[in-house]
Design a protein around this ligand. Structure first.
Ligand SMILES: Nc1nc2c(c(=O)[nH]1)N[C@H]1C(S)=C(S)[C@@H](COP(=O)(O)O)O[C@H]1N2
Ligand SMILES: [Mo]
Length: 375
């Protein structure tokens, strides 16, 4: 090989290393592609943990493709497949149906992904891909019962109006639920968020909300609901959203939210590092905890690794987060604050996260570095 050609080759190898394949975990620095996703899909600022209900603009956001802009006056929801009476419903018809309002904590299954080593390449969440909104709409079970689900139905597939390419596969965003989950009385087809019209980015004019499941199940911009007599094998079901050890591992599906708690960082932040600064003396530490696998039963707060129980409040609904608080007398110096929740299934947040290939279902404890100053 001539000297010239080997010089020409070197930058190409380097370029390949800096742009790994999507999904392939990396020890490298954040990529331009991750930054691009991060600015489209924002998380909830942790100070928003103070309110029971997250204002729509502060609620986290995760859209795989583009936000479809839908003319609600000419839009119809199709319900078909293994049902006795297939129907097409306008927004007017849906608004006339019985409605419920339910506070629900949604969390992205990839929350915490960017803190894993190696780092799975996808939306690079830190810890804040969560939010709690009051969703208003028609119980899905009401519409399915009206349509008359066939006895041999096994799943219901929900298809959004958004489309794109993921993993080389052209697709409309679609996810299924087992029939028993779809018939739960608290699964809702929502057309209002916190009392207002659904914002475009959260699924206008209609979205599914599945309390207790990670966010991927709550399909936005809903265009059709099909009852199936077999398992749905669409990309977002069969390839994405699985707990896998490597690319060839078929893995297991991601479903219910794992127990997690977060703390409102006390004091004030340094602009760039986000390290916290607060004066010595009493301070009320507070935050929220939630789980899709049983009520939160305990939250403990760790000060420099020493754990003490926090005071817990009741949640507004079974799948809404609950508030916790614990007074702390901050003494001068550097400290590390943490919190960890335990739910009714006995599950507790781990100190170190077990790694998986897509970075799904993270619930490792949050660690906040604080500097306590004496005036
Ligand atoms: N149609 C459609 N529905 C979707 C998605 C999507 O990309 N398209 N993203 C899912 C994922 S991964 C999550 S975490 C939640 C996020 O809901 P939010 O943006 O309202 O917080 O929507 C889910 N529903
Ligand atoms: Mo998600």
């Amino acid at each position: 090989m001539s000297r010239r050609s080997s010089i020409l080759k070197a930058p190409r190898r380097q370029a390949r290393k800096l742009t790994p394949h999507p999904g392939e975990p990396t020890h490298g620095p954040l990529t331009a592609e991750e930054l691009q996703l991060a600015v489209r899909n924002h998380s909830m600022p942790l100070e928003a943990l103070r309110s029971d209900t997250t204002p729509a603009g502060l609620h986290y956001l995760l859209n795989h493709f583009d936000i479809p802009f839908i003319d609600a006056d000419h839009w119809h929801l199709r319900i078909g497949g293994a049902v006795q009476r297939a129907v097409e419903l306008s927004m007017r018809a849906l608004r006339r149906a019985p409605s419920i309002t339910l506070p629900v904590t949604l969390e992205c299954a990839g929350n915490g992904r960017s803190l894993l080593r190696p780092r799975p390449l996808s939306q690079p969440w830190t810890l804040e891909a969560v939010g709690t909104a009051a969703w208003t709409g028609v119980p899905l079970a009401y519409l399915l019962t009206q349509a008359g689900v066939d006895d041999d139905a096994v799943e219901v597939v929900f298809t959004g109006a958004d489309s794109g390419i993921q993993g080389g596969v052209s697709q409309q965003y679609a996810r299924s639920l087992p029939i028993a989950e779809a018939l739960r009385p608290d699964v809702v087809l929502a057309y209002r968020m916190n009392g207002a019209q659904l914002p475009p980015q959260h699924g206008y004019p209609l979205r599914l909300v599945v309390p207790g499941w990670y966010g991927m199940a709550s399909v936005k911009w809903l265009s059709s609901i099909q009852v199936l007599t077999h398992h749905f094998d669409g990309f977002q079901q069969q390839v994405a959203y699985r707990y896998q050890q490597d690319a060839d591992d078929p893995g297991t599906p991601v479903t219910w939210i794992n127990v997690r708690s977060l703390m409102v960082p006390p004091g004030v932040p340094d602009f760039f590092t986000r390290r916290r600064f607060l004066p010595a003396g009493p301070v009320m530490l507070s935050g929220r905890a939630w789980s899709g696998q049983g009520a939160v039963q305990r939250v403990e707060v760790g000060i420099d690794g020493k754990w003490a129980p926090a005071q817990l409040e009741y949640p507004a609904a079974p799948f809404a987060w609950c508030a916790w608080s614990m007074p702390w007398v901050a003494d001068a110096g550097d400290h590390e604050l943490s919190c960890r929740a335990t739910d009714a299934s006995g599950a507790t947040q781990p100190l170190e996260q077990a790694w998986n290939y897509q970075g799904m279902g993270n619930n490792a404890v949050q660690r906040i570095k604080v500097t306590v100053t004496v005036e």
